[in-house]
Ligand binder design. Structure first.
Ligand code: PAF
Length: 289
């Protein structure tokens, strides 16, 4: 594994690989790697001749009062984990390597269709930060494939939309959510949880499962979709009773994130909720049958 922080060294290598007709898969991360990230790396390795992983804690996707300065930076441990997987390149640029100008002056990419709903409503500017950095990284790596986890479902749709709108010749591959044995979706932020909060955290996924079962049962019994609004209100109360401060829990159409129409069968329940100072997100996609 070669560790590079210089964009020009990276592009020199990737250009050579492309000339040699070798395919490249790319896994962008913010580090503090857990088994979920490693599953993305394995998918990349199965697809391509060359695997590039980046670790970059992107300041542009953090709000002023968010955890940018406290975000776990564990490069040494991350390198150890990656060295067991034999990836080709670990790209670890600095902020000034990626943002040549002050962040306020930097060119930005916005995907308005999904930008200010759900997590975007609570985290203004977050997805502009994500789309911008992913676009920069795509231009540096120019992979054939890029792999993203489905836990950040809104992020995944934004990246797919950006790639489509900007004619970026990269295929986006998504990977299923990786969970702890008790159902909690793996996330670098789980390490912020106190033992008490960690004990409560799996309830989020349990409530999503209940939401799916209730929607499914109503559909089977009546032949019509449930009143999503009523279900959402009940489940939000359950989240609160379990000890969360819910941000949202909502049924949406899988492809558009719009409120489901009566004919929509491909649905996703998305939730974000706080446990103390930690904001957890999760989702569950399903098809009404
Ligand atoms: O999902 C993440 O870790 C980040 O949002 C990403 C895609 C690496 C961009 O900084």
């Amino acid at each position: 594994m070669k560790i590079l922080s210089s964009p020009s060294e990276l592009t020199a290598l990737t250009q050579q690989w492309r000339q040699d007709q070798r395919t490249i898969a790319f896994v962008p991360t913010m580090g503090n790697l857990h088994p979920g990230h490693l599953s993305l790396v394995q998918l990349a390795q199965q697809r391509a001749d060359i695997t590039v992983v980046s670790i970059f804690v992107n300041p542009l996707q953090f709000g002023a009062h968010e955890d940018y300065h406290h975000y776990p930076r564990t490069l040494e441990e991350d390198c150890q984990k990656l060295s067991t997987l034999a990836i080709d390149i670990l790209f670890t640029p600095t902020v000034s390597d990626i943002y040549l100008q002050h962040l306020d002056c930097s060119t930005k990419i916005q995907v308005p269709q999904f930008d200010n709903i759900l997590c975007g409503a609570s985290r203004p500017g977050h997805f502009t930060g994500v789309a911008t950095v992913v676009n920069k990284l795509f231009n540096l790596v120019q992979p054939n494939w890029a792999i993203f986890g489905e836990k950040d479902y809104q992020q995944l749709l934004i990246i797919r939309q950006m790639v489509k709108d900007l004619f970026i010749p990269i295929q986006i591959i998504s990977a299923p959510i990786y969970r702890e044995a008790d159902g909690l979706a793996m996330s670098s932020r789980n390490r912020y949880l106190t033992p008490e909060q960690r004990a409560i955290a799996p309830a989020l996924f349990k409530i999503l499962n209940r939401a799916q079962q209730q929607a499914q049962t109503t559909y089977r019994q009546t032949g019509h979709p449930a009143s999503y609004q009523t279900l959402e209100n009940t489940l939000l109360e359950e989240l609160t009773l379990a000890g969360f401060q819910p941000d949202y829990l909502t049924f949406r159409a899988q492809n558009t994130l719009a409120s489901p129409q009566p004919t929509d069968q491909h649905l996703i329940i998305l939730a974000a909720a706080w446990l103390g100072n930690t904001r957890l997100i999760d989702n569950l996609a399903f098809t009404l049958t």
